[in-house]
Write a protein that binds this ligand. Sequence first.
Ligand SMILES: NC(=O)c1ccc[n+]([C@@H]2O[C@H](COP(=O)([O-])OP(=O)(O)OC[C@H]3O[C@@H](n4cnc5c(N)ncnc54)[C@H](O)[C@@H]3O)[C@@H](O)[C@H]2O)c1
Length: 376
Amino acid sequence: MKRQVRVGMVGYKFMGKAHSHAYRDLPFFFEPEAVPVLQAVAGRDRDGVEAAANQLGWASTETDWRRLIERDDIDLIDIVTPNHLHAEIAIAAAEAGKHILCEKPLALTVAEARRMARAAEQAGTVHMVCHNYRFAPAVQFAKKLIDDGRLGRIYHIRAQYLQDWIMDPNFPLVWRQRKEVTGSGALGDIGAHILDLARFLVGEFTAVTGMMETFIKERPQAEDDVRGEVDVDDATAFLARFENGAMGVFEATRFAGGNRNGNRFEINGEKGSIRWDLENMNNLEVYLEEDEKGMQGFRTIHCTEEVHPYAGAYWPPGHIIGYEHTFINLFSELMKGIAKGYSPSPNFADGLRNQMVLEGVERSAQSGGWIEISED
Ligand SMILES: NC(=O)c1ccc[n+]([C@@H]2O[C@H](COP(=O)([O-])OP(=O)(O)OC[C@H]3O[C@@H](n4cnc5c(N)ncnc54)[C@H](O)[C@@H]3O)[C@@H](O)[C@H]2O)c1
């Protein structure tokens, strides 16, 4: 019988659903050496957590996440709560010797992220951060083209994550707009994803300078009549320098009308360029300087063939996959890591590095200057 990994998940809404689905579908498409078991889900509200367990397929429930961590029949703690709980839950899970999957951003601050990375390292258990967009086959193929030198030296990355869901000034204050719960606004929520893609595809950041704006400074609150203060950014833009000499231009906003979830990047190198857009996620646009004159231009590669990473696990060429499959692909790496005893990237060290860039951008927006990103 294959090794079983008994999962205890904390939280059960948006990401809870995406993760539950991925655990269930993983053995259907892949042949993982370790198989996830949906052992228990935790939430605060008894009725809510039981309804979620029924719908999402979990065997048991808890109303306190601490109880989940105490249980001997749980191997992996999966954290899909708002950001302010990530550190406390992850550190407790590490101390109890559990493997950990944590949603992004890893923490509220660099100090917290550092403590989490240290606790996980000391525990010697497997840890990952859920930067799922890395795991789209087209993004993995982009990585392969870059690693194979097909683009040559990288000069530019320009990446945008554009949403529009809070443009209505009467949209209520939710946890994603409260600093003590979320850390930062558009920056940490969606900017963290393009920052991870940049680290994956281009390399380490060395310096950043940014600007942040809150267009709607007060919003109605669900609980009472008093309008609440929005103390995080609605939009952030920043410039970056990379270790390999590349330049980056980044934009994360929730005020880009018409863009429901526009996550896209373009990378330009000395021998070619690539472009990707989540809303067309199976395609990678590739321009290669080596093409015959007159025939040069961006071509569209439909990354659904056996040669494209992860695509072979699904359907015949041309039969597309979607958002949810990025999680299944990530979870296939997590299970491999647990079976073999290593923490696949992106792990807590990546989460910490990501947090350092997020904090650098915030500090630069306050000081108006450039901030070096360094280990100390
Ligand atoms: N990887 C991605 O693309 C992606 C997308 C969305 C959100 N996220 C991240 O996932 C995390 C959760 O976001 P979401 O959109 O699922 O939020 P959500 O608001 O939809 O769900 C949060 C869940 O946490 C639960 N929760 C809150 N406090 C709790 C507590 N004390 N104990 C137990 N459960 C508690 C809530 O009841 C709810 O089930 C965040 O860190 C967010 O940044 C990642």
